[in-house]
Design a protein around this ligand. Structure first.
Ligand code: AMP
Ligand code: ZN
Ligand code: FE
Ligand code: FE
Length: 284
């Protein structure tokens, strides 16, 4: 059984890559995809740790994509995460994130919060810093009573501390994954924000035209009806199907590694079509 969507301390997960690999092997998974937000910082450690416990690691990434309706996350699988051009594009996103963090910190100070970058970094455990770490720092200092309150009052879009992040347009993100020789998969389609399945299908058809390779039909937060709909859409548009929990550890306590659909992990038969799709993009 497999789980192709998980996060480590390299982004906003609470387990290190080695801890996550050990947990995956302990849960009986044969294959684990690590997909940190806009960073590949955990993959080298994960690859070593996975090899040591006899687990196949699918090197991945989850790219935040510019999209007006809802939340658009693009997964890249079987990426060559040492590709120089790919790393160059990622570092552009990271520089923007760094600058954004500085601006958000200044806004916190302007609101009268006593906060330093070191306070926020302490919540990130050496990985990439984002709003979840700011929320935890605000909580620790007693400015809010929960992480959710930190988002609702300060950090969510439209709230006083929010600063938009530079994001790639959908075709740019798809091209970036292909540049790294990976397969481009639309994460958790439910969060794109379509109420009407027909509208969603039109959007996915366009994305398929832009090179999208797959759809994360099996996802820990999809209902059975949603799963069935996404499977039908994937079939109609010749997209590969993936399965992921989106495990984050304590930062997303309701989600368990390897629990994706009907209490189970993804089927290992999903793996070869995904690998085959990535292979068609290998070599740039
Ligand atoms: P960032 O990349 O710094 O913008 O942070 C994005 C992360 O913040 C997401 O992956 C979520 O984990 C979290 N997040 C974003 N919006 C909310 C919200 N309204 N409530 C709780 N968590 C949120
Ligand atoms: Zn996350
Ligand atoms: Fe996501
Ligand atoms: Fe995720």
């Amino acid at each position: 059984m497999i789980d192709l969507h998980s996060h480590t301390t390299a982004s906003d997960g609470s387990l290190t890559p080695a801890e996550l690999a050990a947990l995956a092997a302990g849960r009986g998974l044969t294959c684990l995809g690590i997909t940190d937000h806009d960073t590949i910082g955990g993959l080298a450690e994960a690859e070593q740790a996975a090899a040591a416990v006899g687990l196949e690691l699918v090197p991945g990434v989850e790219i935040s994509v510019d999209y007006s309706g809802g939340e658009f996350h693009l997964l890249g699988y079987f990426i060559d995460y040492r590709n120089a051009l790919f790393l160059d594009r990622l570092s552009y996103l990271q520089e923007n994130r760094f600058n954004r963090n500085q601006v958000m910190l200044r806004k916190m100070r302007d609101l009268g919060f006593e906060m330093t970058m070191a306070d926020i970094e302490a919540e990130a455990g050496g990985g990439q810093i984002g709003r979840p770490h700011m929320a935890r720092a605000l909580l620790k200092k007693g400015y809010v009573d929960s992480v959710q309150e930190a988002f609702n009052r300060y950090l969510a879009d439209g709230q006083p501390l929010h600063v938009p992040k530079v994001k790639l347009a959908p075709p740019e993100a798809i091209d970036l994954v292909h540049l790294a020789g990976g397969a481009a998969v639309l994460a958790h389609p439910r969060y794109l924000g379509f109420d009407d399945p027909a509208d969603l299908e039109v959007e996915i058809e366009q994305l398929a035209g832009a090179g999208l390779d797959g759809l994360e039909c099996y996802y820990s937060q999809h209902s059975e009806a949603q799963t069935r709909l996404y499977l039908e859409i994937a079939t109609r548009h010749d997209l590969v199907v993936t399965a992921g929990s989106d495990f984050h550890g304590i930062s997303k306590p309701d989600v368990e590694l390897g629990t994706i659909y009907q209490g189970r992990a993804g089927d290992s038969s999903l793996l070869e079509p995904l690998r085959e799709s990535a292979r068609s993009h290998a070599g740039g």
